[in-house]
Design a protein around this ligand. Structure first.
Ligand SMILES: [Zn+2]
Length: 290
């Protein structure tokens, strides 16, 4: 999935306050719903390469069903299912790189939106139960009138290279043995993306950076991040890891990555992730499979 083009999902801003229009879309033949379970899983077919939509049937319930938009000429809705959907399921980590681009847009949007409705059903000002509005893009408090929208938390992720063009890869305590990634962290309030990068990489690895270059971004709804990917050059070399977060890490040449991945000792970031894109961006042509 490439994230640098126009989304295939038309979010129909102009129709979102028109319930009659939305109800007509629901009733039109071909409209579909993607249920997303509490763990972010949705039904898939074809070995995870296609979404397994449900047909839109019965009355539209705006309290539980949300309009994602129009895609491929039909209306696509989502709903936060109380249990994980039955049958074969996947989440966007597993299927993000397998789905066609239009269904990938739908899967990420449905995951993020249902997660928000599921976890923030109350007003942050008065605590009353809120109701979806604008076909699910916001919630409204009937008690105090406050409106709320889904939040997106920016996080920075960076491929840091040294003077020998080796990349910094590290392993977190909670990961499976051998799994490594480039470093990442959340942007704090009142901080620019660049300041966050300088701070995070010094905190986590003791490295100072220069030549920050933006590469790409990707939604990452676990639960509500927007990953902003950079490349940067290290101006220091000694790695001092924050042991609470990172268990180990090192500078890796392409030959060393190829050898250790081939031997099954090293596992690169998942193909669906921006971290993987950043590693491939550093690698260039003929990047190894993950
Ligand atoms: Zn309220």
């Amino acid at each position: 999935m490439e994230w640098d083009g126009v989304s295939s999902l038309d979010r129909v801003e102009e129709h979102r306050d028109d319930f009659a229009w939305i109800a007509r879309q629901w009733a039109a033949g071909g409209s579909v719903v993607l249920p997303v379970g509490p763990g972010g899983r949705f039904p898939v077919t074809s070995g995870g390469k296609r979404l397994d939509f449900r047909a839109a049937t019965g009355e539209l319930d705006p309290a539980t069903v949300h309009l994602l938009g129009l895609s491929a000429g039909r209306a696509v809705f989502c709903t936060a299912a109380e249990e994980e959907p039955s049958g074969v399921t996947a989440n966007v980590r597993e299927a993000g790189h397998l789905l066609p681009a239009d269904e990938c847009d739908i899967a990420f949007a449905a995951t993020a939106l249902t997660n928000w409705h599921r976890h923030e059903p109350h007003c942050s000002a008065c605590g009353a139960a809120t109701e979806p509005r604008r076909a699910g893009l916001m919630r409204h408090c009937p008690e105090c009138g406050r409106s709320s929208w889904p939040r997106t938390d920016p996080a920075v992720i960076v491929a840091v290279t040294n003077a020998d063009d080796e990349i910094l890869l590290a392993h977190q305590h909670t990961w499976a043995p051998g799994r490594v990634s480039v470093l990442a962290g959340f942007v704090e309030t009142g901080e620019s993306l660049e300041q966050a990068l300088h701070r995070e990489i010094f905190e986590e690895a003791g490295i100072r950076l220069a030549d920050l270059q933006y590469v790409a971004s990707q939604p990452w709804p676990f639960p509500r991040s927007l990953m902003l990917g950079f490349r940067a050059r290290a101006t220091t070399t000694d790695l001092v890891f924050d042991q609470e977060e990172l268990a180990w890490g090192d500078w890796y040449s392409r030959d060393r990555v190829r050898e250790e991945v081939g031997a099954g000792r090293l596992f690169l970031p998942m193909a669906s992730s921006l971290a993987n894109l950043l590693v491939r961006d550093w690698w260039g042509e003929d990047a190894p499979p993950v």
